[in-house]
Design a protein around this ligand. Structure first.
Ligand code: KIV
Ligand code: ZN
Length: 530
């Protein structure tokens, strides 16, 4: 790992902390797809999961280590509590990577020591030191996080950091676990660490923070000014509770305001060289992929990647931008890869044209995935004259999302209107291959469809979010439906894209139900084997 103090290391934790967002659970293939895109984006470290927590997480980390963790690829990291079994699992999972890291953590705040760990400061000091030394027996690249550092006594924190660095930690990560700290306090905390931990020059200072007060990105930028050189962040800022610091916001802030940040990194104020290794043109695509696969939609006014982020509504602004972009734009939409929505393909485009364009858009599909994508492309091209890049992306993301294939939607038919009672008929194929038909009436067509599907699938659930977004403008636009369901306090998401939003709604619901149903079956299986 580079220790070049002139560059900021981007540590992406979308697949670990990001996946802790309620309802964002990803399966192994989806994680692999995201990891490949993160590598294209140019992140330095991918925290691919928490190996000890589940066999799925272990397998995903291992697969990512094998395929994405190449010699010139990113470092692949697994989280581990400061416990031998956790560390051993992390070491095993990252083994296939050319560059692997174990990230171990232990809380240091008095609140956590008293109520969660029930340990004294002395005990925490020696466990931290011992577990870092243990992790070091597997690999050189060790990160240690004093959990809840933002609320820890700084004097105790200095002692912990000195001990873990002595034991072999090469990165010390300072988490604001509960999103409590303010920017100037965080800056002062990092400065205090630099000034008071005697061996701090042997480790990289990293920061990790949550957005409970909406301050995570501001906190990180203040930390950079005071010596932090690794930023732990997620795509679209997803993560536990209010989420993590958003990668795209950090990277673009450091890029757009590089003249301001350059001197803090010991560079010439006018240096044009990038402060991170990120290829910013991959940002928009990565954001869409993560949003599609996690089912976590991006709010329209979200900085950098929201659909309104580059839209000028007011006449005065539009007039100014037409005269000179600099009047109201601090960055180009193209710099995040938001190209003009080119019309590129149509009904007569062949398989090769689709394959080539997908490749240009950065999709590496297997033959089987390409076949499925091409069938969808043809279906849509029959209904919609012009297929744009965004349409193509929506269709492919739809095909590569891997909700378990338990129930299949064979048919959905709806009748509704101003004087009619919305009525839906559905035909589903169940996991045993039987065709089941049912019908229902509802308050609207989607309600009727969902009621009919529920009669067949018969698993109680509560719909907590339903959103439809048009992929492009125009009457024949593809609609993307994202839904989230709640069952026994867990959230399951599903999405689908189609020119017919009723079909997309039905398919998105089936995708979410399949995830829910898969989890119920797994639970039953575990109960039987226990
Ligand atoms: O928020 C937190 O403290 C974490 C640690 C495990 C780094 O996610
Ligand atoms: Zn966290």
């Amino acid at each position: 790992m580079t220790t070049n103090s002139e560059r900021i290391i981007i540590f992406d934790t979308t697949l670990r902390d990001g996946e802790q967002s309620p309802g964002a659970a990803l399966n192994i293939d989806e994680k692999l797809t995201i990891a490949k895109q993160l590598a294209r984006l140019g992140v330095d470290v991918i925290e691919a999961g928490f190996a000890f927590t589940s066999s799925g997480d272990f397998e995903a980390i291992s697969k990512i280590a094998q395929t994405v963790g190449t010699e010139d690829g990113p470092v692949i990291c697994s989280l581990a509590r400061a416990k031998k079994d956790d560390i051993k699992a992390a070491a095993e999972a990252i083994k296939p990577a050319a560059k692997g890291r174990i990230h171990t953590f232990l809380a240091t705040s008095d609140i956590h020591l008293k109520y969660k760990l029930r340990k004294t400061r002395e005990e925490v000091l020696s466990i931290a030191e011992e577990m870092v030394a243990y992790a070091k027996s597997f690999t050189d690249d060790i990160e240690f996080s004093p959990e809840d550092a933002g609320r820890s006594d700084p004097e105790f924190l200095y002692q912990v950091l000195e001990r873990v660095i002595r034991a072999g930690a090469t990165t010390v990560n300072i988490p604001d676990t509960v999103g409590y700290i303010t920017p100037s306090e965080f800056g002062a905390l990092i400065k205090g660490i630099k000034d008071n931990v005697p061996n701090i020059d042997r480790a990289i200072i990293s920061v990790h923070g949550h957005n409970d007060l909406g301050l995570a990105v501001a906190n990180f930028l203040e930390a950079v000014k005071n010596g932090a050189r690794q930023l732990e962040c997620t795509i679209n800022g997803i993560g536990e509770r209010a989420g993590n610091a958003a990668l795209e916001e950090l990277v673009m802030a450091l890029h757009v305001r590089r003249q301001y940040f350059n001197p803090f990194l010991g560079r010439d104020v006018n240096s044009e060289s990038s402060l991170t290794n990120i290829d910013s043109k991959q940002i928009y695509k990565t954001s869409r992929l993560v949003s599609n696969l996690t089912g976590m939609s991006v709010q329209p006014n979200k900085a950098i990647v929201g659909t309104n982020a580059f839209a000028h509504e007011s006449g005065i602004h539009q007039d100014g931008v037409l005269k000179n972009k600099l009047t109201y734009e601090i960055m180009d939409a193209e710099s995040i890869g938001l190209t003009d929505n080119q019309i590129i393909l149509g009904k007569l485009s062949g398989r090769n044209a689709v394959r080539t364009r997908l490749k240009e858009l950065g999709f590496e599909l297997s033959e089987n995935e390409l076949n499925k994508a091409f069938v969808r492309f043809k279906e849509v091209a029959d209904k919609k004259k012009e297929i744009t890049d965004w349409d193509l992306e929506a269709l492919v993301n739809d095909e590569i999302q891997q909700a378990p294939d338990l129930f299949k939607l064979e048919l959905v038919q709806v009748s509704s209107g101003s004087n009619a009672q919305p009525t839906a008929t559905v035909i589903l194929r169940n996991p045993e291959g039987e065709e089941l038909t049912d019908a229902a009436i509802g308050t609207g067509p989607v309600d009727a469809v969902y009621k009919a599907i529920n009669r067949v699938v018969n698993v109680p659930n509560k719909l907590i979010e339903f959103s439809v977004q048009s992929v492009t403008a125009g009457i024949d636009a593809i609609g993307e439906v994202t839904i989230r369901l709640k069952y026994e306090n867990k959230i399951y998401s599903g999405r689908s894209a189609n020119t017919d939003i009723i079909v997309a709604s039905a398919q998105a619901y089936i995708n979410a139900l399949n995830r829910l149903y898969g989890a119920v079956l797994n639970k039953k299986k575990q109960q039987v084997t226990a």
